[in-house]
Design a protein around this ligand. Structure first.
Ligand code: GTP
Ligand code: MG
Length: 147
């Protein structure tokens, strides 16, 4: 079963959208296996956004992701990486398809509410950056046979 790392960014937390965003993944039928309300420090932020180091938007990106608490999560399901990226929408709220989280609630590229892993490799790395193995809960989600 595939896993992904999702994180509601400081703008999503401040705007009171945790419940709304988490509800979308729940209603899709995905399975939550870990969650944590936390503050990202600059060291973790640098690890998280290492691929963007050196780009002009990197310094404000690090400032933003460390500017307030985030809600970090691990979700599980068939094709969960592609499914959650589709529900999140394109990086920019203007290009994101209507009905996606970023289209419905985001206006600016740098305030786009939520992060989602973009590949199995990044998911594995990001999950291990944010969660210890014993923080991932193993359980049977009884609705799975109907999803
Ligand atoms: P994440 O889920 O946050 O990783 O977004 P993404 O996968 O849609 O975008 P990407 O990984 O390419 O970039 C990470 C973050 O950097 C984005 O969410 C944006 O906030 C920011 N970013 C990416 N490209 C640009 C850009 O061209 N300009 C600005 N200002 N920010 C950018
Ligand atoms: Mg990305």
């Amino acid at each position: 079963m595939e896993r992904t790392f999702l994180m509601i960014k400081p703008d999503g937390v401040q705007r009171g959208l945790i419940g709304e965003i988490v509800g979308r993944f729940e209603r899709k039928g995905l399975k939550l296996v870990a969650a944590k309300f936390m503050q990202v420090d600059r060291e973790l932020a640098a690890k998280h956004y290492a691929e963007h180091e050196g780009k002009p938007f990197y310094p404000p990106l690090i400032d933003f992701i460390t500017s307030g608490p985030v809600f970090a999560m691990v979700w599980e399901g068939d094709n969960v990486i592609a499914l959650t990226r589709a529900l999140i929408g394109k990086t920019n709220g203007v290009d994101a398809a209507p009905g996606t989280i970023r289209s419905d609630y985001a206006v600016h590229t740098n305030l786009n509410l939520i992060h989602g892993s973009d590949s199995p490799e990044s998911a594995e790395l990001e999950i291990s950056n944010y969660f210890a193995p014993n923080e991932l809960v193993s359980y049977e989600q009884t609705i799975q046979r109907w999803v």
